[in-house]
Design a binder for this molecule. Structure first.
Ligand SMILES: Cc1ncc(COP(=O)(O)O)c(C=O)c1O
Length: 465
């Protein structure tokens, strides 16, 4: 069932006949079959998550299209499940461009971001015929203006705007849109005016859009409202000078209620404290309904001035992919220090699996239904340091070595930021119609070592085998 308020109607795993199930799949059995640590994703979760994301845009009457941010989860099985639901993609490197190109995604469904890979990325984007390339700095624009030779005519550009938001001292969520952020053209600045004039005057370039991407894990609509107002003012001014902006791209950044990004202070204090407080669930409901309303209001004001942008692009990452994956781990040791200080050591934590386990609060469940009192545990990976975190505080039944747990909502940045700290990376199991299959096999030791060269065996130039 879709719910425009929560934005995340993905089924939560639940107990059936004493075992944790997710979309019809027995997670206890799956953990035994494939061994742990293992990521587990699900096609039906992708369908539900995406529908929940799209619903508020639709309800607000916005002509919106999703360009999923590939860096958030570049797993082909996951991207394919999104493609089947009709999304396009946001890519920021030649590597990501290749990935979506191999999947057969047409250029007009691809937004290319920045020049991280230099001008060759713009050339590739031009060849593929992307919807637009967003540029976020004067240097990036100068490169394109200077080296435009290989670009097709009317190459579509969008400027990334930084709305200069104020952010709290310990807030880690408003990075890219905050005052002092490195990139993004500032509203009302001479640099923005010059950038718009330079594109207008260029025979090959066309300014089709404005873009913002203000951060990640954001829990309130207020920063989006400020950003949308800034975009509206720029669109309105541009129209007075005869420049019509067709596309308004509001980026991603929406926080996931069930796995919040923690404040810097909370991260530090939970490293120092013996048990750590449980992660407070954010009180705010989904912000999407408010953001889409603000956007619809903005479009209505522009329309009254005779300005009608054709399309809204949303580049969600975390909010769409987060709930589509979970992580299965096995308990390797249980330590009880008395006075309620209990630790579980598992076969993966923030060091070996992903640093996201350090900066986000994730729910942890036993794959076997608890039948007694629940105990509070601090859950760590296999490095006995608080830096190797799974959860600062989890309520679980009495646990023993060999027991399995599921860490929920691990679909965002866990695969793209998966470490090889002390071992190879885990497999990804994929559920569809209640059946589990292997979507990515476990990395082998040989694969981890395969890039190491014997002394003297290098030609002095990087070469692939
Ligand atoms: C340009 C751009 N768009 C969208 C996203 C997705 O962000 P999130 O996962 O916070 O929604 C990112 C992530 O870094 C990004 O860089």
């Amino acid at each position: 069932m879709s719910n425009s308020r929560t934005g995340v109607p993905v089924e939560a795993p639940r107990y059936l006949e004493g075992r944790l199930h997710w979309y019809g799949c027995d997670l206890h059995e799956t953990a035994g079959l494939y061994e742990t640590p293992a990521h587990v994703g699900c096609t039906e979760a992708v369908r539900d998550s995406l529908e929940a994301f799209r619903t508020p845009f639709r309800s607000a009457g916005l002509p919106a299209e999703v360009r999923y941010s590939v860096k958030t989860n570049p797993l082909p099985a996951f991207l394919e499940a999104l493609r089947l639901q009709g999304t396009g993609f946001e890519v920021c490197s030649n590597h990501e461009l290749d990935l979506v190109n191999r999947m057969g995604i047409r250029g007009e469904k691809i937004v290319a971001t920045g020049l991280r890979d230099g001008f060759s990325f713009a050339v590739r984007a031009g060849e593929i015929g992307v919807e637009m390339l967003t540029v976020a700095t004067e240097g990036q624009l100068q490169t394109i203006v200077r080296e435009n030779g290989e670009l097709p005519d009317r190459f579509p550009l969008a400027l990334t705007i930084c709305p200069e938001l104020l952010r709290g001292r310990w807030d880690l969520t408003l990075n890219t849109g905050a005052k002092g952020a490195a990139t993004g053209f500032r509203p009302g600045s001479a640099l923005l005016e010059e950038a718009m004039s330079a594109i207008a005057a260029h025979r090959k370039l066309e300014l089709v859009g404005l873009h913002m991407h203000i951060g990640s894990g954001i829990r309130s609509a207020a920063p989006y409202r400020k950003g949308i107002k800034a975009l509206e003012r720029i669109i309105s001014t541009a129209a007075q000078f005869g420049q019509s902006i067709r596309i308004v791209d509001i980026g991603g950044g929406y926080g996931l209620k069930s796995a919040p990004v923690l404040g810097a202070w909370k991260i530090v204090s939970s490293l120092l404290g013996p048990g750590g407080a449980p992660s407070a669930a954010p009180s705010a409901d989904s912000i999407l309904a408010d953001v889409t309303q603000a956007l619809a209001d903005s479009f209505a004001r522009l329309k009254r001035q005779g300005i009608c942008p054709e399309k809204v692009i949303a580049e969600p990452g975390r909010i769409v992919s987060g709930p589509c994956q979970l992580l299965l781990l096995t308990v390797v040791d249980v330590i009880d220090r008395g006075q309620g200080s209990r630790f579980l050591l598992c076969d993966g934590g923030s060091m070996a699996i992903s640093p996201m386990l350090m900066t986000e609060g994730h729910r942890v469940l036993s794959v076997i239904e608890p039948d007694g009192d629940l105990l509070r545990y601090r859950v760590l990976g296999n490095m006995p340091t608080s830096l190797d975190r799974v959860s600062a505080s989890a309520l679980l039944p009495m646990m023993h070595p060999g027991d399995r747990i599921a860490v929920l909502d691990t679909g965002a940045y866990f695969i793209s930021m998966n470490n090889t700290f002390s071992g190879p990376r885990p497999p990804v199991i994929w559920i569809e119609n209640g059946q589990a299959r292997l979507a990515r096999r476990r990395e082998t030791d040989a694969e981890v070592f395969s890039r190491d060269l014997e002394p003297g065996s290098t030609t002095g130039k990087e070469s692939s085998p």
